[in-house]
Design a protein around this ligand. Structure first.
Ligand SMILES: Cc1ncc(C[n+]2csc(CCOP(=O)(O)OP(=O)(O)O)c2C)c(N)n1
Ligand SMILES: [Mg+2]
Length: 320
C-alpha cells in the first residue's frame, strides 16, 4: 500500500501540528501555567501520523499517558485540548481530566490513560464491541515498551487472539520506561515477538518513518477489517524529552540521543517529500507558519477560558 503525495503531505502536516503543540505546552509548563504532569510526545510523531492515516473517522483508539499526538492525529481540536490541559471549563473534559485523560468519544478517542497498560484491555474491549455490532470498524491500542510487561497486556492479547478481534496493537517502543532502559526491564527487546506467543503476527518497523508506519499499519487494519484478527506493529522510536517535563533524562547516553535527533521524524519526512519533488522548502515552511498561527490562536482561546465553576466540582465524576 504505497503512500501518495497528498497522504504524505497530510502526515507531515499532522507531525508539525503535534510538534508545535508540544513545544507550546512545554513553554506553558515551564512558565508555571500548566498544572499536573506533562509527558511530551515529541520525537514519536511519525507513529501517530502514520497509524491514524490508515483509519476511518469511526474507528476507535485507546491511548496512553503520552497521548497528545494520538488525539491530534485522530482529529482532535487543539483549542479544546489546550483548554483541557490548562484545566479550563471549555476543555474536552471540562478541565477535569487534564493531559492524561483527554477523551473525545465523538472522534473515536476512548481516552488517554494515566495507568500504564490500562489502554490495552480498553482497546480490546472496544474491538469486541466493533465485532459484536454490525460493521467493520477496528480498534487500535497504543502502548509503550514498559506497558508490555504488565499483566493487562498479556491477558488482553490472549482474548484478542482467541476471539479473532479486529484489534491492532501499536507498541511505541521508545526504548525507555521512565529511567529504565528496555534491556534492563525486558527480554526479548522486540516486543512484537510477544505477538507470536498469542498466535498472531507481530512486525517491527522504523517508528520515525511515517511511511513505514503507515504501510505496516494499513496491512494490519485491512486484516482486522476483513475478520482476520489482531496484529501487532512495534514502532522503534525515541522521545526527545525526558519522561515528563522536569526529567532531564541524564540516564540516557548523549551519543545515542544525538543519533536519534539526527533521525527526527519531521526531518526524515521532509527529506522524502523533497527527494520526490512533492514539496519544496518554501511549501514546508508555509505549513509550519500556518500551524503556528493555529496553535497561537488555540493558546489564546484556552487562556481566555474560565476555570470550572466550584458548583461543578462533583458533576461528571461518576456515571450510572
Ligand atoms: C500501573 C502503573 N504503574 C506505574 C506507573 C508509573 N509510570 C508512569 S509512565 C511509566 C513508564 C511507562 O513506560 P512505557 O510504557 O514504555 O511508556 P513511555 O513513558 O515510554 O511512553 C510508569 C512506570 C503508572 N502510571 N501506572
Ligand atoms: Mg517507553
Amino acid at each position: 500500500m504505497a503512500v501518495e503525495r497528498d497522504q504524505l503531505l497530510d502526515m507531515y502536516r499532522c507531525m508539525v501540528k503535534i510538534r508545535e503543540f508540544e513545544n507550546r505546552a512545554h513553554d506553558l509548563f515551564l512558565a508555571g501555567g500548566l498544572p499536573g504532569f506533562l509527558h511530551l510526545y515529541s520525537g514519536q510523531e511519525a507513529v501517530a501520523a502514520g497509524v491514524m492515516a490508515t483509519l476511518r473517522p469511526d474507528d476507535l483508539i485507546a491511548s496512553t499517558h503520552r497521548g497528545h499526538g494520538h488525539v491530534i492525529a485522530k482529529g482532535g481540536d487543539v483549542r479544546l485540548m489546550l483548554a483541557e490541559i490548562l484545566g479550563r471549563a471549555t476543555g474536552y473534559c471540562k478541565g477535569k481530566g487534564g493531559s492524561m485523560h483527554i477523551a473525545a468519544i465523538e472522534l473515536g478517542i476512548l481516552g488517554a490513560n494515566g495507568v500504564v497498560g490500562a489502554s490495552i484491555p480498553i482497546g480490546v474491549g472496544a474491538a469486541l464491541a466493533c465485532q459484536y455490532k454490525d460493521g467493520d470498524r477496528v480498534s487500535v491500542t497504543f502502548f509503550g515498551d514498559g506497558a508490555s510487561n504488565r499483566g493487562t497486556f498479556h491477558e488482553a492479547l490472549n482474548l484478542a487472539s482467541i476471539w479473532d478481534l479486529p484489534a491492532v496493537f501499536i507498541c511505541e517502543n521508545n526504548l525507555y520506561g521512565v529511567g529504565f532502559c528496555q534491556r534492563d526491564h525486558m527480554r526479548p527487546c522486540d516486543v512484537a515477538e510477544r505477538a507470536a506467543g498469542y498466535g498472531f503476527p507481530g512486525i517491527v518497523v522504523d517508528g520515525n518513518d511515517a511511511e513505514a508506519v503507515y504501510e505496516a499499519t494499513a496491512t494490519a487494519v485491512a486484516r482486522a477489517r476483513a475478520g482476520g484478527g489482531p496484529t501487532m506493529v512495534e514502532c522503534k522510536t525515541w522521545r526527545h524529552h525526558g519522561h515528563f517535563v522536569g526529567d532531564q533524562a541524564l540516564y540516557r547516553d548523549p551519543a545515542e540521543h544525538a543519533e536519534w535527533l539526527a533521525r527526527d521524524p519531521l526531518l526524515l519526512c521532509a527529506k522524502v517529500l523533497a527527494s520526490r519533488g512533492w514539496a519544496d522548502e518554501g511549501a514546508l515552511l508555509a505549513i509550519q507558519d500556518e500551524i503556528r498561527a493555529e496553535i497561537e490562536e488555540a493558546v489564546a482561546f484556552a487562556l481566555a477560558s474560565p476555570q470550572p465553576a466550584l458548583s461543578d466540582l462533583l458533576t461528571d465524576v461518576y456515571s450510572d
